[in-house]
Design a protein around this ligand. Structure first.
Ligand code: FAD
Length: 263
C-alpha cells in the first residue's frame, strides 16, 4: 500500500468538504473495490475519506418508496424488513451479490458509484427507475449511468441514498460468474404504473442498459412466453474470456424469462 492520509467524516457534506481540500482524495465506503485497486497500484489517492461515520446507513419508507442510505451494506439491504416488503426484488438481488464477506462490507452507494458493467445494483436502479440522491441534487436512474465505470456524478459529489419506487411486480434473474458471482448477464424486470422497464447488466459494452424490444413485448403481454418473439441482437454486447456476445445475447432472453416468471 502507498502512504496516504485517512480521514473520517461526520456527514456527506463533511466528506465533500474534506474531499475538496485533499490533493487527490477518494471516498471510502466498504473498500471492496477501492482497496484492491490501491493494492494493485492502479490508484494512489493522497487521502481516503471514510463514509463509515457519515450517518448514511439504513433503509426507510417514504410513502411506498424505499429509501436506502448509500452506506447500507448488501447484507443489510437483503435482511431489511422495509426493503423486503416494498422492494422484494432489490432485497433478493442484494442477497445474491458476491459472498458473505463482500455482502457485509460492500455498499449500495459504492456499487453504483463504481458502475462496474457486471454489477447487480445498476440493474435494479435502472429497472425500477430509482432516484439517486447526492449531497447536491437528485439524479434519475435514466441519467445516472453514463458508460463503463462512468456515472453522472461530478467530482466531489457524494451519494447519500437511493430511492426505489414500489413496483406492481418485479424480479431480478442473473447468471453468475461462478468465481466472483458478478453477473455474466443479469436482467431486472419491473411492471410499474408507467409501464414495463427491463434493465440488463453484465452484457453491455457500455454497462447497464434498458432493452426497448423486451420492454415493448412485456408491456403488451407480461409473460415469459412474450420474450420468445423478441430479437436480442449481439451487436454492442460484451465478448470476453467468460462468454461471447452471442452467448450473452442468448442469456439475456433466458434471464428475462426467468425474471418475468419469478415476478
Ligand atoms: C470478491 C468480490 C465479489 C463481488 N461480487 C459482486 C457481485 O456478485 N455483484 C456485484 O454487484 N458486486 C460484486 N462485488 C462488488 C461489491 O459488491 C461492492 O459493492 C463494490 O465492490 C463496491 O464496494 P464498496 O461499496 O465497498 O465501495 P468502495 O470500494 O469503498 O468504493 C468504490 C468506489 O465508489 C466510490 N464511492 C463509494 N461510496 C460512495 C458514495 N456514497 N458516493 C460517491 N462515491 C462513492 C469510491 O470513492 C470508489 O471510487 C464483488 C466484489 C468482490 C471483491
Amino acid at each position: 500500500m502507498y502512504a496516504m492520509n485517512f480521514q473520517n467524516s461526520a456527514s456527506a457534506d463533511d466528506a465533500a468538504t474534506k474531499l475538496a481540500s485533499a490533493a487527490d482524495g477518494q471516498l471510502l465506503a466498504g473498500g471492496q473495490t477501492l482497496l484492491p485497486t490501491i493494492k494493485q497500484r492502479l490508484a494512489e489517492p493522497s487521502d481516503l475519506i471514510s463514509l463509515a461515520g457519515a450517518g448514511l446507513s439504513g433503509a426507510s419508507l417514504s410513502g411506498a418508496d424505499v429509501v436506502i442510505g448509500a452506506m447500507t451494506t448488501h447484507a443489510e439491504v437483503a435482511g431489511d424488513a422495509n426493503v423486503r416488503s416494498n422492494a422484494p426484488a432489490v432485497a433478493s438481488l442484494a442477497a445474491g451479490i458476491g459472498d458473505p464477506a463482500v455482502r457485509h462490507r460492500g455498499t449500495i452507494g459504492g456499487s453504483i458509484a463504481n458502475n462496474d458493467p457486471a454489477a447487480d445494483y445498476p440493474a435494479a436502479v435502472l429497472g425500477l427507475g430509482a432516484t439517486v440522491r447526492t449531497n447536491r441534487r437528485e439524479i434519475a436512474a435514466d441519467d445516472f449511468f453514463t458508460g463503463l465505470f462512468e456515472t453522472a456524478l461530478n467530482t466531489g459529489e457524494v451519494i447519500t441514498s437511493v430511492s426505489f419506487p414500489q413496483a406492481e411486480r418485479s424480479a431480478y434473474a442473473k447468471f453468475p460468474n461462478p468465481a466472483s458471482r458478478y453477473a455474466m448477464v443479469g436482467v431486472f424486470v419491473a411492471k410499474t404504473n408507467d409501464g414495463v422497464r427491463v434493465a440488463v447488466t453484465g452484457a453491455g459494452s457500455d454497462g447497464v442498459f434498458r432493452h426497448a424490444g423486451l420492454e415493448a413485448a412485456l408491456s403488451a403481454n407480461f409473460s415469459a412466453d412474450a420474450v420468445d418473439g423478441v430479437d436480442v441482437s449481439a451487436e454492442d454486447l460484451l465478448s470476453d474470456m467468460h462468454g461471447s456476445a452471442e452467448y450473452r445475447a442468448n442469456l439475456i432472453k433466458v434471464m428475462a424469462k426467468r425474471a418475468v416468471a419469478a415476478a
